[in-house]
Design a protein around this ligand. Structure first.
Ligand code: JFT
Length: 240
């Protein structure tokens, strides 16, 4: 997958892309990032990318000319163009999986009070990462990259996807590693028992318990079998 990112803060974006699993995916040639400095298309001696809003009001707005100059060539090269915007559709497991099907993404990051409305004619979709206020689109673009690139074949062991909480529709079961006793906190004996069937049943039930406590909204969206219902009744989540 090719990923172009357009920003006035290329260093802010490039650092994290070279790190950890995403950096390793790039080193392995599974994804190819190019970070574009929007100021290369800025206007005038100050390479300006923003201006005052028509009609008045506080703050500045991203001008269209630099963004068109930066993004049109990426569009013409076949990129699926994504505008990071607080008013976009919220990124979730389904949209991350859909975005992972494109060969070429272009992520457009802005700052200030947002984009001149005409910039929206350049893009295929507008995406937000959630309902909280950030100062610009760079961190959202990095979140999107992290969520999408880990889904590309070969980036992480396909095994790991099985446990993805939003793929199963349940939150993850509790996990433990060594030591068996830490302070006076012990590991549930079933995990030390070597009974793979019992371990799988315990994990399923603990995932159901945790989901019923923390995200009961998720339980309505997945298929539950008779054992699941019996367990949920036993913990008082479902009526007798
Ligand atoms: C914030 C953003 C996302 C996403 C793009 C641009 C300017 C600052 C701002 C904040 C609130 C209202 C402008 C951006 C985001 C998110 C994305 C911009 N700002 N107006 N904030 N929070 N979840 N995606 Cl351009």
């Amino acid at each position: 997958m090719k990923v172009d990112i357009v920003t006035i803060f290329p260093d802010l974006v490039a650092g994290p892309l070279g790190t950890s699993i995403i950096g390793r995916a790039a080193d392995a040639g599974l994804v190819d990032f190019t970070v574009h400095d929007l100021r290369d298309h800025g206007l005038g001696r100050h390479r300006s990318v923003d201006d005052e809003p028509y009609g008045g009001g506080a703050g500045m707005v991203m001008r269209p000319e630099p963004l068109f100059a930066a993004v049109e060539p990426l569009r013409d090269a076949g990129a699926h163009v994504v505008l990071m915007d607080p008013a976009g559709e919220q990124l979730d497991d389904a949209s991350a999986r859909e975005l992972a099907t494109y060969d070429h993404l272009a992520l457009v990051c802005g700052r200030y009070e947002g984009f001149d409305e005409r910039i929206r004619t350049l893009v295929d979709r507008e995406v937000s990462i959630g309902d909280y206020v950030l100062t610009g689109g760079e961190l959202p673009a990095l979140v999107l990259v992290d969520a999408v690139v880990r889904l590309l074949p070969g980036v992480i062991q396909e095994e790991s996807h099985r446990g993805d909480s939003f793929a199963s529709g349940l939150l993850e079961y509790p996990q433990y590693t060594r030591p068996e006793t830490f302070r006076d906190l012990t590991v549930p004996p079933v995990l030390l028992s070597g009974h793979h069937g019992e371990v799988a049943r315990w994990r399923r039930q603990e995932a159901l318990r945790r989901t019923s406590e923390r995200r009961p909204d998720l339980l309505g969206a997945i298929a539950l079998d008779d054992d699941d219902h019996a367990f949920l009744r036993s913990i008082g989540f479902e009526p007798e």
